[in-house]
Design a protein around this ligand. Structure first.
Ligand SMILES: *Cc1c(COP(=O)(O)O)cnc(C)c1O
Length: 826
């Protein structure tokens, strides 16, 4: 058995942090770090850092960690850790700030290593550049880098803890959101070389201005000898030129004074890049065409050329670079399966992240499809032994191995069901069956396991709605930062979560993991569906109906009470069936004039509730009619005033103190003084529907796209589509796309009003939109069958589209039809 690497000993930890030893059983080694009690530990001596976040306190999970076998803890001395103090087999270090202690420990750990290490930062592209750089460097060196985008104050130390003595090269990215953070990341990473991708408006709220943001990012490079960057951004160029004592290596698309001059030619389906340094010139060809990818590739190529990599070899591997899915994607599979598609990498670290993700899915049966692992630096028998232990820890039900090497080691795997194939072709020929399970597909790129995914993916027509869960998390934490400490969040996941889902489950499940306090749905069915799939958060139902009252008891759903009649009906039902009081939410009418109990009804309400011990008022709320519109701000304030008066009256007469809430997305952004105990966020989680000044801080989460089904040339005078609404005024090229009004692609997009994006061009919809299809004018662009067509995305805002069509993003999102496949990027 090969021994786990020892990061340090408990005594080292004590020496480098200014902590107090509360308990010590022995000077144990430390073999891995853990900050999440839900993740498995793989080595014998993990160390648990109890981290304190806004909505999460690791000290609450200490017992869970202990029960999982963890015996070493770093705790915050002002928090409660008395439970583990009573055990006599633990090491406990108490510090003032566990995050700081984590940083001190990893800074110490990093200092033990001497190796070339590239540090990457910037606003966009850093994860892509890091992944690609890792790809390229790994062909020559044993390379370590951040798994996925572990680039934060917590992610970076965890990533650096993966550094081991046999690593020959490191590539780490660093991401920050405010001043003061980069210095800490710089000490953790201690890069020898630096690369700045670019600076954009993203994450700007923590900075005074763009220069401050650049200066802050450059702090990553304090320990670097050489810094790489693109000269085409004047402010970056200027700021870097003022740095003292660094070698600067830059490139440009047009400035001949740059060290590397890059000429970029876009052809029909590839791009050529000619990279020239003084008299030496190399030409590269890549299938990528979008400018973000071209910029990212150029960063990599310039760095590698400058560090002596062979251009011919670079060209060969350039053709194998894969764009997305760098992130795991969750897809619907055949026979009610769920597929986690992670066919980009296959190494132990990323496998473990994928397994953690798999464990969070609610389908109980779990299958892993895995190719050979191609990690040349570790001998095969060690690697596969390690793999077998990992899979056993995660207690998966079935392993399907693909490739000669994993097949050779088949006896190592202990799960009840295993099948091995020598190749993907053999798998496809045999077609193993799948039903009601979560399937993780993960493999080394050369195996091209996407072919496996294709055979088990549910087929729909070529239109998909992608939901970027990273964006949702980003938006959630943006809103959380707007709240005063202790304010709860109710996430509104009604209307299938603003269209993002055929049920609301995927989003609800992610929100549950990210500790929102409440969910809100419109109908009982939606609540029942969430419960059946394992959502345990409290769920408020806004339109409870009497034919479904039993679900309140059976599924623990919490009804909104918006009228006295509803209150009566519910009380009658509950008092006969339940001894426990059930939670209800009172909705007050304050000016929306939709649903709600009015001021005149309050006395009656109070009398009724006094005789209904079976109902327990957990919250009182109301809804703003015009939170987004500043001309109505005085009306909004009147609504809030009325809400306060009515609530105080109820509270006084019933002697209760329930949660109070009135703000929706734009209310939160515009009226921070009215947060009360809770806020209700809907559209904002999706990164849209907010004022233009807020848009740069949010990430739009949804991309609706399809592919071209047919391309045809038509003559001058030909008509297009139903009712011959469009007549060609010249010879034209028309592309047909498989999305129509039955999918929510409204008829008002038709006849030139709406545009879709093909290869970066905004192409008008021509003629009437049909039920399942629409036609696009692509005259002058070279397109082919299967080309991607974007209807909206982060870059092509749904808010602008809604404005053009005279509607709102709420409507466009919720209209997206159920037959469009949803894919979730994590
Ligand atoms: C939908 C809804 C919300 C959320 O509104 P957004 O503007 O999408 O944030 C809040 N409260 C109630 C009662 C709602 O129906």
């Amino acid at each position: 058995m090969h021994l786990p690497h020892i990061l340090a000993y408990f005594s080292d930890l004590v020496a480098v942090t200014a902590g107090r030893v509360v308990a010590e059983t022995a000077n144990l080694p430390i073999t891995e770090l853990s900050i999440d009690s839900r993740s498995k530990t793989l080595t014998p001596f993990p160390l648990f850092f109890a981290m304190v976040g806004i909505n999460h306190n690791g000290h609450d999970y200490i017992t869970e960690a202990y029960n999982k076998g963890i015996r070493q803890f770093v705790v915050n001395h002002s928090c409660n850790y008395s439970i583990i103090e009573t055990y006599n087999d633990v090491n406990i270090l108490a510090v003032t700030d566990t995050l700081e202690a984590l940083h001190q420990f990893i800074t110490f750990y990093r200092s033990k290593y001497r190796l070339p290490l590239l540090g990457i930062t910037g606003s966009n592209g850093k994860t892509t550049v890091k992944e690609w750089m890792h790809e390229w460097l790994s062909r020559k060196y044993k390379t370590v880098s951040n798994p996925h985008s572990y680039n934060s104050q917590v992610g970076v130390p965890l990533a650096v803890s993966l550094l081991q003595p046999d690593h020959e090269y490191g590539v780490f990215e660093a991401g920050i959101s405010q001043t003061g953070e980069m210095e800490k990341l710089a000490r953790l990473i201690q890069p020898t070389h630096g690369l700045l991708t670019n600076i954009g408006p993203a994450h700007s709220q923590g900075f005074q201005n763009i220069t401050q943001k650049i200066e802050e990012k450059l702090k990553l490079f304090t320990s670097c000898s050489t810094i790489y960057y693109c000269k085409d951004h004047p402010l970056i160029d200027l700021t870097l030129a003022q740095l003292y004592g660094k070698v600067l290596v830059n490139w440009s698309f047009h400035n001949p004074t740059a060290d590397y001059l890059v000429t970029c030619k876009r052809l029909a389906n590839q791009t050529t890049l000619q990279i020239t340094r003084s008299t030496k010139s190399n030409t590269f060809v890549t299938p990528f065409q979008d400018s973000a990818s071209i910029e990212n590739i150029t960063h990599c190529l310039v760095y590698l050329l400058d560090n002596g990599f062979d251009p011919a070899q670079l060209q060969r591997s350039l053709l194998q670079l894969k764009a997305i899915p760098m992130r795991m994607t969750l897809k619907a599979g055949i026979h009610r399966c769920q597929i986690i598609d992670d066919t980009y990498t296959n190494d132990i670290v990323s496998l473990r992240i994928a397994l953690d993700f798999m464990k969070q899915q609610q389908l109980t049966k779990q299958t892993v499809i895995l190719s050979d692992m191609l990690q040349c630096a570790t001998p095969d028998h060690h690697l596969y032994q390690e793999l077998a232990i990992l899979l056993a820890k995660y207690a998966i039900d079935r392993l399907i191995g693909i490739g000669p090497v994993i097949s050779h080691y088949s006896p190592l795997f202990s799960m009840s069901k295993t099948i091995f194939f020598n190749s993907v072709e053999a798998f496809i020929a045999e077609k193993p069956s799948f039903k009601d399970e979560t399937i993780l597909v993960k493999g080394a790129r050369s195996f091209r396991l996407e072919r496996v995914v294709q055979t088990i993916e549910k087929n729909t027509h070529g239109t998909i709605l992608e939901i970027d869960m990273h964006a949702i998390r980003h938006n959630l934490s943006y809103f959380r930062r707007q709240l005063k400490v202790g304010t709860k969040i109710m996430a509104m996941v009604k209307a299938s979560t603003y269209g993002s889902s055929s049920s609301s489950f995927e989003l609800a499940s992610a929100l549950q993991r990210h500790s929102v306090e409440y969910l809100g749905v419109a109908y009982m069915d939606e609540g029942i569906c969430l419960r059946k799939k394992g959502i345990t958060l409290p769920i408020m139902v806004m339109k409870p109906t009497d034919d479904h009252f039993d679900a309140i008891l059976n599924y623990h759903l919490e009804p909104e009470i918006y009228s006295l009649a509803l209150l009566d009906e519910l009380a009658a039902f509950i008092s006969e069936r339940s001894i426990q009081p059930i939670p209800i939410h009172l909705k007050l009418e304050t000016g929306m004039h939709r649903l709600g109990i009015t001021e005149r009804e309050l006395d009656q309400l109070i009398r009724q509730l006094q005789h209904m011990p079976c109902l327990h008022v957990v919250s009182i709320f109301s809804h703003l009619a015009a939170s987004q519109t500043d001309v109505h701000d005085s009306y909004t304030c009147l609504q809030v005033e009325k809400f306060i008066q009515m609530t105080e009256y109820i509270e006084k007469h019933l002697s209760i103190n329930p949660l109070k809430h009135i703000l929706n997305t734009n209310g939160i952004l515009r009226f921070p003084q009215f947060q009360f105990d809770m806020v209700r966020i809907g559209i904002g989680l999706h990164g849209v529907g907010v004022a233009p000044t807020i848009r740069p801080y949010l990430l739009p989460a949804s991309t609706l796209k399809t592919t071209i089904s047919q391309v045809k040339s038509i003559q001058k005078g030909d008509s297009i589509g139903y009712d011959r609404k469009a007549i060609a005024t010249q010879a034209m090229t028309i592309a047909t796309i498989p999305i129509g009004y039955a999918d929510g692609f409204s008829r008002s997009f038709g006849c030139g009003k709406g545009r879709v994006i093909i290869q970066g061009h905004a192409c008008p919809i021509i003629g009437n939109v049909c039920m399942d299809m629409a036609m696009v004018d692509v005259t002058g662009i070279t397109v082919k069958l299967g080309d991607e067509v974007i209807i909206f995305s982060a870059a092509h805002s749904i808010d602008l589209l809604a404005e053009q069509l005279g509607t709102i993003s709420y409507e466009l999102l919720t209209q997206i039809g159920p037959r469009i496949k949803r894919i979730y990027y994590t």
